[in-house]
Design a protein around this ligand. Structure first.
Ligand code: HEC
Length: 159
């Protein structure tokens, strides 16, 4: 029963996430920026894999990687007022996921994962709406994302 609930919750989360990624809006971001952004998706997917396979150590490590991402200087543009709520939601959910994974509380971790996914969707939705209204992403964001790629490459391309 508990397992069914977790599978249902994570299934829902994957569906929502797929929609989020498809609808982020392509065409205006170059490939290297996408590479950085895609790491969020990789860590989120691996965190889910940990929950689904009862390997909460994997979940814990990937939640930590997501949190680390938000502490990079390059994340700072996402702390601008227009993103702040979504950025805080994201970090809060990732921290809660890390804590519950450490405590081996799989039910709470599954719910954190759903919350994390909703933060992805909400931020992306916000970006999409801004684009529709003709507002471009701040230039600082692109510059910062590119700097992050350079740094990763210099470190040997490790995530
Ligand atoms: C605080 C805002 C914010 C949050 C939260 C957020 N993102 Fe993003 N994401 C962005 C921005 C900004 C871009 C770049 C959009 C662009 O330029 O098209 C992006 C782009 C992406 C892309 C690249 C899409 C493409 O065009 O190829 C992926 C994949 C992605 N995000 C995954 C995620 C996942 C998974 C999560 C949650 C675990 C997440 N994001 C949470 C802001 C956010």
């Amino acid at each position: 029963m508990r397992r069914q609930a977790i599978v249902a919750a994570t299934g829902l989360a994957i569906g929502v996430l797929a929609v989020a990624c498809i609808t982020t809006g392509r065409g205006q971001t170059d490939d290297s920026v996408r590479g950085v952004m895609a790491q969020k998706l990789t860590h989120a997917q691996q965190a889910l894999e940990g929950i689904a396979n009862d390997d909460l150590n994997k979940t814990r490590l990937n939640a930590a990687a997501l949190i680390a991402l938000t502490h990079q200087a390059e994340w700072r543009p996402l702390e601008k007022p227009e993103y702040l709520i979504y950025s805080a939601e994201f970090r809060d959910a990732a921290e809660s996921l890390q804590r519950h994974a450490t405590e081996k509380n799989i039910d709470a971790a599954a719910l954190d994962y759903v919350r994390l996914t909703l933060s992805c969707v909400n931020c992306h939705k916000h970006i999409r709406d801004a684009r529709r209204a003709g507002i471009e992403l701040p230039e600082t964001f692109r510059v910062a994302a590119l700097a992050l790629v350079d740094r990763r490459n210099a470190e040997g391309g490790k995530p």
